[in-house]
Design a binder for this molecule. Structure first.
Ligand SMILES: [Zn+2]
Length: 153
């Protein structure tokens, strides 16, 4: 198991919202069983950014979370000078792949999982509705309002 409890995010929309939640942990898993863990985080100082964005982190083999790339409000994912993984690394490509899965309904053997915690507030999720989406009902509502406010694509 990837997490204490592992739940698949099925479908583009669920993956998209979960990532946009801003603090969710995800695992991208290949059919071989190989996986990487990611977290797309909101900036700690959003006032210093003139647009909505998320920073992708990937957990490295040493167990540390390392900055991987940046997701802009236009849903472009890019490698930036601070990225700790090279552009052709599995870690960077995996993060870019998650973004691709957020944008397109893809026929892919790759799977995205979450560990049963809300990607907005971090609390453990209990009911079926929340576990399917990786967020609670109220957090989803607040997130959608926030995304509208920031004009996120
Ligand atoms: Zn929540």
């Amino acid at each position: 198991m990837l997490f204490d409890s592992t739940h698949e995010l099925v479908g583009r929309k669920n993956i998209e919202l979960f990532v946009k939640g801003g603090r969710g942990l995800t695992a991208l898993r290949a059919p071989s069983g190989k996986f990487h863990l990611y977290q797309f985080r909101k900036p700690k100082d959003p006032e210093n950014f003139n647009h909505w964005c998320l920073f992708a982190f990937c957990r490295d083999i040493d167990g540390r979370w390392k900055y991987t790339g940046m997701l802009k409000d236009t849903m472009e994912f890019s490698h930036t000078p601070g990225s700790k993984f090279s552009e052709d690394s599995e870690q960077f490509k995996g993060a870019a792949y998650i973004v691709k899965m957020m944008k397109n309904d893809m026929d892919t053997p790759m799977k995205v999982y979450h560990g049963g915690r809300c990607s907005v507030c971090g609390k453990p999720l209990k009911n079926k509705y929340s576990l399917e989406r990786g967020m609670g009902y109220r957090c989803k509502k607040h997130l959608l309002e926030e995304l509208t406010r920031y004009n996120v694509k």
